[in-house]
Design a protein around this ligand. Structure first.
Ligand code: ZN
Ligand code: ZN
Length: 203
């Protein structure tokens, strides 16, 4: 599935699928990707595994062998939620199959397969639940995992106040856009408005 590959028109302009106001020039220098031969839009990053630049790059998932970007992030989030629910359900069913006996040694021998299954699935449940919480934060506050962990190294973020999120549009708007839009945006407008407001209030 297309995670949001950066595409250019025959006139070498970045193609955005969703209109998001007038396209403006960013106050920060955009990086040029030598592999794709394009100036990376804000929030895009080149993935070495996919060998393409990805809009609103989040991370490359080795388990799914694909990038998680602007177009498939919501499906990844739903995948995490369903995995957490499925593993929890499996733990409940396996727990109900445990046989309780007076002798602990015999009980352990009788239930060893189920206990191994519960331990293994519990690990998957904890992993998927932790990731689901992480990506809920990412969704609600309109950040990406890459921006969250590498803020000090990212050109368009490193000089901003650490509490300023230049892409935040309100919790409801962020969530709605994340879950229902599924197309690539030009984030320059949002970035400029939020940084200008922050500058006005000396934030
Ligand atoms: Zn690239
Ligand atoms: Zn990738």
């Amino acid at each position: 599935m297309d995670p949001g590959f950066v595409r250019v028109s025959p006139f070498h302009q970045i193609i955005y699928e969703c209109p998001s106001g007038s396209i403006v020039t960013t106050p920060v220098a955009l990086r040029f990707c030598g592999f794709c031969g394009v100036k990376q839009p804000l929030r895009a990053r080149h993935c070495e595994e996919c060998r393409r630049c990805i809009h609103k790059f989040d991370h490359h998932c080795p388990w799914l062998d694909t990038c998680i970007g602007e177009k498939n992030h919501r499906f990844f989030y739903l995948f995490l939620l369903s995995e957490a629910a499925l593993t929890f359900w499996t733990i409940m069913i396996a727990s109900s199959a445990l046989v309780f006996l007076a002798d602990p040694i015999v009980a352990l021998q009788t239930n060893c397969v189920m206990i191994c299954l519960i331990v293994f699935v519990s690990f998957s449940f904890l992993m998927s639940t932790a990731l689901a919480f992480m990506h809920t934060y990412v969704m609600v506050f309109n950040v990406t995992t890459w921006e969250f962990v590498s803020r000090r190294r990212i050109t368009y973020l490193k000089d901003l106040h650490r509490d300023l999120n230049p892409f935040h549009q309100g919790i409801i708007s962020n969530t709605f856009r994340f879950l229902f839009s599924g197309c690539t945006y030009n984030w320059e407008q949002t970035y400029l408005v939020n940084t200008a407001i922050a500058e006005y209030y000396d934030f």
